[in-house]
Design a protein around this ligand. Structure first.
Ligand SMILES: *Cc1c(COP(=O)(O)O)cnc(C)c1O
Length: 408
């Protein structure tokens, strides 16, 4: 039998049924008219932001990277909770706009920005985290034609990476950012141009659970920003220190010690070099803010035996939960936290695999794990579904279409 990942804190059962913000999920499924369904908890989201604010130095602003979850009600709620939004496409700019996000709060990073994306970002007053010298030239030309002042920060490809991160985004040859040694010359050019110079964006990796490693990366990031500012002799109005805060998905994963990160960062802030003494700092987080606040629900439509194995076949699958199926950037497939939502208080009675309704062996949501005995009609829950679920899964695959979503 394989183990399951740890169910995040804050989920309880009411009369044996998993509840979100005090509402049994059976009621929520009825409210939206069926499964598959993503349920997001506003209580857990607010708590998470509150805990993070309490742990981090006051000087540090908090940004939300909307690629983790761009469901409009989430964006609306987050716009009341965070100080900024990070987008990575013109499509995300539209989504943020539709949710009523103030575009002055938005910065736009990401390689391969097309002219129409630069155009709409510039006219909305969004800060561009530029990813190449050529992108700066295109942005300047577009701004020139439309009589706008571009707000430009440089995304730096740092010469280090975040140790132990699930996805490395810095160190060595990368399509992201501009190599550190070329940054001073470009920063100088931007400062001397008609653009508004906004500073640096330095992102070194994602999904780290080691607080020491994150603290060390933040220290290196501050050192790099100071070095670049001094070499270029430019001020640093803003500096985005990246993110990388991970959440426990798998058996044995421990929650990140944010207290340690906050204390170390406060120490760093107390002894900043003159080049950074007036800088506004932020971090940008996706999954840490929303990941554990989401649950994916699917209904068991068949229960089958094959060669001594039990399969709970559901109406959901990898088309909504690519990451939980192990097919989104993982090397070895391990189980996410999962449960039978309609038998939440029941003891483990059998070993079963939860699979989706797609005809591919990749479509497995929980592999050979212990569950109470579930039958057709029961609801299964996959936790840690608030980030990179709906926004990062191939919903159109096999003509299935997107899942329903609700923010409670
Ligand atoms: C993806 C991404 C994020 C968010 O990553 P999480 O692991 O969800 O926190 C933040 N910043 C940049 C530049 C990214 O590409």
């Amino acid at each position: 039998m394989k183990t399951l990942g740890p169910i995040p804190d804050g989920y309880v059962g009411i009369d044996g049924v998993l509840a979100v913000d005090g509402v049994p999920v059976t009621d929520l499924v009825e409210r939206v008219g069926g499964t598959p369904l993503f349920v997001y908890s506003s209580e857990l989201l607010k708590n998470r932001v509150g805990q993070l604010r309490a742990a981090m130095p006051q000087r540090l602003a908090l940004h939300y990277a909307i690629k983790a979850n761009s469901f409009s009600p989430i964006l609306k709620l987050m716009s009341q909770l965070v100080d900024g939004f990070d987008i990575a496409s013109g499509g995300e700019l539209d989504m943020a706009g539709k949710a009523g996000v103030n575009s002055a709060m938005i910065s736009f990073a990401g390689p391969g920005k097309q002219d129409w994306e630069l155009e709409s970002a510039l006219s909305a007053g969004v800060t561009l985290n530029v990813e190449s010298e050529a992108e700066v030239s295109r942005a300047m030309a577009i701004a020139d034609r439309s009589g706008q002042t571009p707000r430009l920060a440089i995304r730096v490809n740092p010469d280090f990476d975040l140790k132990g991160s699930g996805m490395k985004m810095g160190g060595g040859a990368k399509p992201f950012g501009i190599d550190a040694e070329r940054v001073p010359a470009l920063a100088r050019n931007i400062l001397e141009s008609d653009a508004e110079w906004r500073g640096f964006h330095i992102f070194a990796g994602s999904q780290a659970l080691d607080a020491e490693a994150i603290a060390e990366t933040q220290k290196q990031t501050l050192q790099l920003a100071a070095r670049l500012a001094e070499e270029a002799d430019v001020p640093v109005p803003h500096c985005n220190l990246g993110g990388g805060f991970g959440i426990p998905y798998f058996p044995g994963d421990e929650p990140l010690e944010i207290g340690l990160i906050g204390k170390r960062l406060a120490l760093q802030f107390e002894s900043l070099p003159p080049s950074l003494s007036d800088t506004q700092f932020c971090i940008e987080l996706g999954r840490y803010l929303v990941g554990e606040a989401g649950v994916y629900l699917a209904r068991v439509v068949d229960r089958k035996e094959s060669h001594g194995h039990t399969f709970l076949v559901t109406d959901g699958g990898l088309h909504h939960q690519l990451a939980a199926s192990g097919n989104f950037g993982t090397v070895v497939r391990r189980n996410y936290p999962a449960a039978i939502a309609t038998r939440f208080a029941a003891p483990v009675e059998e070993e079963a695999s939860i699979v989706g309704c797609l005809c591919t062996p990749l479509d497995r949501l929980a592999d050979n794990a212990g569950f109470p005995r579930a039958d057709v009609g029961d609801l299964i829950a996959i936790f840690c579904a608030g980030a990179y679920g709906a926004s990062a899964s191939p919903a159109a695959f096999l003509g299935q279409g997107p899942a329903k979503e609700i923010l409670v």
